[in-house]
Ligand binder design. Structure first.
Ligand SMILES: O=C(O)CCC(=O)C(=O)O
Length: 335
């Protein structure tokens, strides 16, 4: 079956100046109507090179409780590597369509190149194509879904995987200490070294009506943590105190999202952040989130160390794959 990619729809729409009806969000979601423009607090920016660990624990823990999201600077990932990551990803999406389709996502799979085909609850779609593949652990990598073109794609992404793990480990450590736990408690509570690091590349082509459309629609991540690299075209928005707030573009910063599994493991202390992305009238926006996900059979529930008669569990433990299935299929996520 031939699938129409948003990249192709964008080319047509840029000529006509209009977008197909299925991309026009309902008014209560249209960015032009719902973006908050008044004075708003900035999303916290945290300098990971700060020498005082207690200070970092406090900042990361506070941002994760109040926002569920923060920007991370001086995180140790070389600027040159981030540049290469963005370059090879962009080069893949700029290949001829037939070349990209060689990596098309199989009907039941998670990995591969694709476009969300199902319409959402409003009968609408997001203005975005994507590529998904696991980058860690090596035993879970399927190179079938890694572009062979550009030729340096593999080397760059393997290098990035090592660095993103180091950053993830530090965040898990500070999140554990922030709740008074042993430093490895949070990562171990998510399955430790069995976590999957799932890379997604979002490709949001120019859209003649960015006032009406969204790239990814409002959602929280199923993951534990998500560590995202954006390109220079801003677009991420988070819901804070019922207002959609723009994330500023900070060159080379990583944007860290708290996902549903961390909210569950922390028994509700850390908040999984509701977010969405806008698209641009003239420019292509791209982003590279890495979702740190538990193995499918791994049961996620509130960490026992956090429970007491005064702090009963807010969530029922269940294997990650059951949680994900219910969420993806919009089944009740009963506790
Ligand atoms: O592109 C972004 O900034 C957000 C991406 C996102 O939320 C997602 O892919 O789930």
């Amino acid at each position: 079956m031939e699938v129409e990619r948003v990249q192709a729809i964008s080319t047509l729409s840029m000529n006509t100046g209009s977008i197909p009806e299925e991309f026009i969000r309902p008014e209560k979601e249209q960015p032009a109507i719902t973006t908050f423009h008044g004075p708003a607090p900035d999303i916290p920016t945290i300098d990971l090179s700060h020498p005082d660990q207690d200070h970092l624990v406090e900042l990361i823990s506070k941002a994760s409780q109040e926002w569920g999201l923060f920007q991370l600077v001086n995180h140790g990932i070389p600027s040159d590597l981030l540049h290469k990551l963005r370059t090879v990803g962009r080069e893949f999406f700029e290949l001829p369509q037939a070349e990209k389709e060689k990596y098309a996502k199989p009907p039941q799979g998670f990995e591969g190149y694709g476009t969300i085909l199902q319409k959402d609850a409003y009968g609408k779609k997001g203005w975005v194509d994507h590529l998904f593949h696991i980058i860690w652990p090596p035993s879970r990598i399927n190179y079938k879904f890694w572009p062979q073109n550009p030729p340096s794609y593999k080397e760059v992404n393997e290098e990035y995987a090592k660095h993103v793990r180091d950053v993830g480990d530090k965040i898990f450590k500070y999140l554990s200490l922030g709740l008074g736990l042993e430093e490895n408690a949070m990562k171990e509570g998510m399955g430790g070294e069995d976590l999957d690091y799932m890379l997604k590349i979002n490709y949001y082509p120019p859209c003649p009506r960015p006032d009406l459309a969204l790239g990814v629609t409002p959602h929280t991540d199923c993951s534990t943590l998500t560590i995202l690299v954006p390109n220079e075209v801003p677009g991420l928005q988070v819901l804070k105190d019922d207002r959609w707030i723009d994330a500023k573009y900070i060159p080379d910063a990583l944007i860290v999202h708290i996902g549903d599994q961390l909210q569950i493991a922390s028994n509700g202390k850390y908040k999984s952040v509701l977010h969405r992305s806008k698209v641009d009238k003239d420019k292509t926006r791209m982003s590279w989130p890495v979702f740190l996900e538990p193995a499918g059979d791994f049961p996620i529930g509130p960490l026992p160390q956090l429970l007491s008669p005064d702090h009963p569990p807010l969530y029922k433990p269940r294997p990650f794959k059951e949680y994900r299935f219910s969420k993806l299929n919009k089944l009740p996520l009963s506790n």
